[in-house]
Design a binder for this molecule. Structure first.
Ligand code: SF4
Length: 270
């Protein structure tokens, strides 16, 4: 059975809805044929999924995108997680030439010049490596939750990602942040200490800050940009022909951060 149509994805989502987290992992591994890849950012939702996948001892691969700009605390929890569960989290790094070119043209923190430059940085540090991580995959597991931000409010448990040619599965889509915290506490799941310092969402160090009381969970990501632009291009319906995560050329022309000129391929996501 192919899951690459909305009806099949909806059926899988309905079946997942009836199960607890270990049951969801088992069902995914039973129902989705072929390579299964879980991309972890080492954030707290992803730590919940890593825990469940590691204990299932199944066939889901756990990978991460090492942008080279992560917080030291993120590398610490990465190592702690591998040790705690006896696993290896495979890293996908940026292509060296793309990184060197961007830094030469824009500067080491050139992503602050414009939305386009920021998206270009996310493009070679995250989107292109993601394309390599997902190459040949039949299923992609993520830790997205609907409650994380307005952009993610419609996140389903499963959806057909026809451009990437896989089914995207979000086993925590219907979990609240309280559900996540309770699971982590009850199961002694290792987590990034920055979560205790006001960081509900943790990305690259120069692009993530702690949030203030009452702010959206993702308010600390690219806080200098408009809320509607604050995604990096990982969780988008990529247009046909861009499935490997095409990068957007850096540009300084849009000096105003509130520019509305964004690429569809890079408009949404983590
Ligand atoms: Fe670059 Fe910031 Fe995106 Fe990281 S989050 S890839 S540093 S623009």
């Amino acid at each position: 059975m192919t899951l690459l149509n909305p009806q099949a994805a909806d059926a899988l989502a309905a079946a997942l809805k009836e199960r607890d987290l270990p049951g969801r992992i088992r069902l995914i591994e039973a129902e989705v044929p072929g390579r299964l890849v879980f991309t972890t950012s080492l954030g707290i939702e992803d730590q919940v999924l890593t825990h469940a996948i590691a204990l299932a001892k199944g066939r889901t691969e756990i990978v991460t995108l090492d942008t080279g700009r992560l917080y030291p605390e993120t590398y610490d929890v990465w190592a702690e997680t591998e040790s705690a569960y006896g696993i290896r989290i495979r890293a996908y790094a940026p292509e060296r030439e793309a990184e060197e070119r961007f830094v030469a043209e824009e500067g080491i923190n050139g992503f602050r010049h414009s939305v386009a430059a920021r998206q270009a940085c996310c493009g070679f540090r995250k989107v292109e490596p993601l394309g390599r991580a997902l190459a040949g995959a039949a299923g992609w597991l993520t830790g997205l939750r609907a409650g994380q931000s307005a952009n993610r409010a419609d996140t389903p448990l499963a959806e057909a990602d026809e451009a990437r040619g896989l089914i995207k599965i979000n086993p925590l889509a219907d979990w609240s942040r309280a559900d996540v915290d309770r699971f982590v506490s009850d199961n002694y799941v290792p987590y990034n200490v920055l979560h205790d310092r006001g960081f509900p969402s943790i990305g690259c160090a120069p692009c993530t800050r702690a949030i203030r009381v009452g702010e959206d969970e993702r308010a600390g990501r690219w806080w200098w940009e408009q809320a509607s632009k604050k995604e990096c291009g990982l969780h988008v319906q990529v247009p046909e022909g861009q499935a490997s995560g095409e990068t957007v050329a850096p540009g300084r022309e849009a000096a105003a951060f509130e520019t509305t000129q964004t690429s569809n391929a890079l408009e949404m996501a983590r």
